[in-house]
Design a protein around this ligand. Structure first.
Ligand code: YSA
Length: 332
């Protein structure tokens, strides 16, 4: 039994000094190998008298188990250390970067549009996305039953518990904000209205049911289409920095302007793309806003922000912007 106690002491001392796997293996051979110190005792059990065997046998077996466990624990630690040599904290290492999100490409484009118009002295105004039939249609000279309403089919909102006397809808364009703004302000002024709009229509590569528009409205004593042309061309030249742009002005019809036009642009010899509706504010719209149409005149326009983003970043399908696909979004 004395030998056993000595063996244990010596083994533990050796274990304390064993720094790597090779040293642990040497220790294992020294005590548990074929000619190991503990092995020899176990082998000698057969020649012992029964009394001795009963005492030494279990003690030696228990020690063998203990040695095996200690060796395997130390080996596991040594292995971890070997595969992760830098596990200890390295205070000189550079910090880990947090992965940061970023603004959606449509938001980036809208921000840039706001900056450019602000630099041309326009104020930025917003309006409600749930709009009344009056502002979305009637006050823009589109009475009930007018065929132009078919161009802007939309989502009507049920009046629910509020029992509103007005019909409510998701606005089909940002033009209703023209009336809202004029009701509350005196001219002259120049504003832009960026915002979300909705239409009940089939989606395709250039049409979504939810998209963004930018309204513009300039009212003064002697505003003409020449001013409109200047503002639009100055804006696009800043927006598409350095790319060659051609403009095409086509006659068009919107009940809230007279004359009405549509503007197409062609960038660097690409394809013509319709980008906006515009015109001189219709006298009846001024009357709805309680302005004297003999005193004031102005121009207004509505641009599709998504379409601008498509051209700027050469995105072939508008639906990608709303897909939520990070492989797409993270390119911006
Ligand atoms: C016209 C005259 C004004 O005095 C003021 C504004 C306007 C624009 C008018 N309110 C309007 O909404 N015209 S529009 O139906 O032709 O849409 C304007 C622009 O929005 C389009 O040129 C296009 O760029 C974009 N757009 C229209 N439907 C879209 C769309 N973009 C994506 N998806 C859709 N479904």
């Amino acid at each position: 039994m004395e030998d056993i106690a000595k063996i244990k002491q010596a083994f533990l001392k050796g274990l304390g000094g064993a720094k790597d796997r090779a040293a642990l293996e040497a220790l294992r051979v020294e005590y548990l190998g074929r000619k190991g110190k503990l092995t020899l005792i176990l082998r000698s059990l057969g020649g012992m008298v029964l009394e001795e065997k009963k005492k030494i046998g279990p003690a030696a077996q228990a020690l063998r188990k203990e040695f095996e466990e200690l060796l395997s624990n130390h080996e596991a630690v040594a292995k971890e250390g070997a595969s992760a040599p830098h596990a200890a904290i390295d205070l000189t290492a550079p910090g880990r970067r947090f992965s940061r999100g970023h603004l959606h490409p449509l938001t980036q484009v809208e921000d840039e549009i706001r900056r450019i118009f602000a630099s041309m002295n326009f104020s930025v105004v917003e309006g409600p996305e749930v709009e009344s039939e009056y502002y979305n249609f009637d006050a823009l000279n589109i009475p009930a039953g007018h065929p132009a309403r078919d161009m802007w089919d939309t989502f009507w909102i049920s009046r629910g518990a509020k029992k509103s006397t007005e019909n409510l809808l998701l606005r089909t364009h940002t033009s209703p904000v023209q009336i809202r703004y004029m009701e509350a302000h005196e001219p002259p002024f120049q504003i832009i209205v960026p915002g979300r709009t909705f239409r009940y229509e089939a989606t395709d590569a250039s049409h979504e049911i939810n998209f963004d528009q930018l309204e513009g409205l300039v009212v003064g004593k002697s505003i003409t289409l020449a001013n409109f042309k200047f503002v639009v061309e100055a804006f696009f030249e800043k927006f598409f920095k350095g790319r060659k742009i051609e403009f095409r002005y086509r006659p068009s019809y919107f009940p809230f302007v007279e004359p009405g036009i549509e503007v197409d642009i062609k960038i660097a010899g690409g394809k013509w793309l319709e980008i906006m509706g515009a015109g001189m504010v219709h006298p009846r719209v001024f009357e709805y806003a309680h302005y004297n149409p003999h005193e004031w005149q102005g121009f207004a326009f509505g641009i599709g922000i998504d379409r601008l983003a498509m051209i700027k970043y050469r995105v072939p399908d508008i639906r990608l912007f709303y897909s939520g696909d990070l492989r797409f979004i993270n390119q911006f």
